[in-house]
Ligand binder design. Structure first.
Ligand SMILES: [Zn+2]
Length: 219
């Protein structure tokens, strides 16, 4: 039997974390704006993603629209990354919630109120191993028309999957501000930046080096 690719977390310890400038060279895509952490880029070789289900067994019209848009955005990223959808938050590294994010005063960016992504860094016990993992909570507001919903989900998921920065080119999914026509596809710049991110050294996804955790790792 194959091991469960997304085992539930038995315990989670959140660590202090903040995003810092990566300042890479050479420049690839918009790699210069991508932030990292003191433990390396917050990325995983495989992402377990939980999407908030509808409140009732039958989703209403608005929930269906939201679920469709989020699902389309996820599918776009699935062409570039290994993504597994899971049925409970305990199994997930990325949690997508149907909720309007709190208002933020941030250079008038439209996304401040349509969507948001929050990164936490955690040591997570799964099975017998403590792993260093990013935990990202993505909020996508339900109160948007369908293309804006999808563009918001695409953009916020880009952050969740490691693109912690904004491109200055408005055609990119990770553009700092919205175009007239919402961006529903990744550009080559998005892709090469993503590939660059996934080529960097990181401690995420590896057994945690925390000595207190190490004793739990051994049976
Ligand atoms: Zn953003």
């Amino acid at each position: 039997m194959q091991p469960d690719p997304c085992p539930p977390a038995q315990e989670v310890r959140f660590l202090d974390a903040s995003l810092i400038s990566a300042a890479p060279a050479p420049v690839v895509g918009y790699s210069t704006v991508i932030a990292t952490t003191s433990r390396g880029l917050p990325i995983l070789p495989r992402w377990c993603v939980w999407v908030q289900p509808s409140a009732n067994v039958e989703p209403d019209r608005w929930e269906r629209r939201w679920l469709t848009a989020v699902s389309s955005a996820l599918t776009t990223w699935e062409r570039e990354l290994s993504v597994i959808q899971v049925d409970s938050p305990e199994k997930a590294n990325v949690l997508i919630e149907r909720r309007r994010p709190p208002r933020r005063r941030l250079s008038g960016s439209w996304r401040a109120s349509n969507g948001s992504s929050q990164l936490q860094v955690a040591e997570v016990l799964r099975g017998r191993r403590w792993l260093l993992e990013p935990r990202v909570t993505v909020l996508v507001s339900p109160e948007l028309r369908a293309p804006v919903l999808e563009a918001t989900a695409l953009h916020e998921l880009g952050h969740a999957f490691g693109l912690w920065g904004h491109s200055h080119d408005p055609a990119d999914a990770m553009a700092v501000s919205q175009r007239q026509v919402p961006v529903l596809q990744l550009t080559d710049r998005d892709r090469v930046t993503l590939r660059w991110v996934y080529g960097q050294d990181t401690r995420f996804g590896l057994p945690s080096s925390n000595p207190s955790a190490a004793s739990v790792t051994d049976p």
